[in-house]
Design a protein around this ligand. Structure first.
Ligand code: BTN
Length: 321
């Protein structure tokens, strides 16, 4: 009901009478007043004047589903949005939703994560109310071997959205770190619920540092605010990201992964660079020359041998000329 009241208030430039809202929503005027009080408690500023009615003055920068869904216009991603103030990790919540059969593209977001996690067993620092932390449950009809390419799709889409919203030269470090120069601004974690050869569903988690101060973040990180000296509406950033994901997800289903890989390559800061890749097998030095058709990184070693890696941590090394 509160979402419906807010959408009525939004549609009106000026005041809307309590009587009109109550008639349209078939709720008593006392009932409307109760909901208005609750909305104010949530941070909506709503002016109330005798004989005039109610007017929406401002909305809180909370990741409320009604705010994100307002004029979102996506086809799949974010059609269903679930909001929690605090979770251990949105990944855990998404797995519960996915197992219970939630629709493709369901998104779960939170203001705070007490155990946010990153790739390779790391944690993801999630300052409360300062970033966007969400996971999407996806049910693509793909072979298990295609899963790494979905991660690249996410990276390209998020990179485009962050560039658009901030004008920063955001780039992708393989496989899916979003960087401004050498500082990480956002990260993506992909986890699967799969059979031996089939994806049941995948959960893609995204953490973006938006209004956090550098003191709240690990070293070698940045936020949109630390880089631009401006604050951002987290709702607007999340909407941009969801729209970009939706576009690329639908495009991939129609055209396959070739356009995704091409876009990823254009946005990459890894290809063409001297890199060191660390994984469970050790350390590999060389030049990152290409993406493999499955989304792996191809590294040319100094003796000319080319090797492919599907996972690992890449650091860029200085080019020696
Ligand atoms: C990485 O760069 O290592 C991936 C970071 C992914 C962080 C996001 S925040 C939302 C979702 N929930 C988590 O616990 N992790 C992902």
């Amino acid at each position: 009901m509160q979402e419906r009241i807010i959408s009525h208030l939004r549609e009106k430039e000026g005041f809307i009478s309590g009587e009109e809202i109550s008639r349209q929503l078939r709720v008593s005027r006392a009932g409307i007043w109760k909901h208005i009080r609750e909305l104010r408690r949530q941070g909506y500023r709503i002016e109330a004047l005798p004989h005039e009615g109610y007017r929406l003055v401002s909305v809180p920068d909370k990741l409320f589903p009604g705010e994100i869904a307002y004029r979102l216009n996506t086809v799949l991603i974010g059609k269903e949005i679930i909001y929690k103030k605090e979770v251990t990790s949105t990944m855990d919540e998404a797995f519960v939703l996915g197992t219970a059969g939630c629709p493709d593209g369901t998104v779960i977001c939170a203001e705070n994560q007490t155990k946010g996690r990153g790739r390779m067993g790391r944690s993801w620092v999630s300052p409360k109310g300062k970033g966007v932390y969400f996971s999407a449950v996806l049910r693509p009809r793909l072979d298990l071997s295609d899963a790494p390419k979905m991660t690249l799709l996410f990276a390209a889409a998020v990179c485009e959205a962050l560039r658009e919203v901030s004008n920063l030269p955001v780039k992708i470090k393989w496989p899916n770190d979003l960087m401004v120069e050498n500082k990480k601004i956002a990260g993506i974690l992909t986890e699967l619920n799969a059979e031996i050869d089939r994806i049941r569903f995948m959960v893609v988690g995204l953490g973006i540092n938006i209004n956090s101060a550098l003191t709240q973040l690990p070293s070698q990180s940045a936020s949109l605010k630390s880089e631009t000296k401006k604050s951002f509406s987290r709702v607007l950033v999340m909407q941009k990201v969801l729209r970009a994901l939706d576009e690329w997800y639908i495009r991939m289903q129609k055209e396959g992964f070739v356009p995704v890989m091409d876009r990823w390559k254009e946005l990459s800061m890894t290809l063409g660079q001297r890199v060191r890749l660390s994984d469970a097998d050790g350390v590999l030095d060389g030049v990152a020359v290409d993406l493999s058709p499955e989304g792996g990184l191809i590294i040319e070693q100094d003796d000319g041998a080319r090797v492919k890696r599907m996972s690992g941590d890449v650091s860029l090394r200085l080019q020696v000329s």
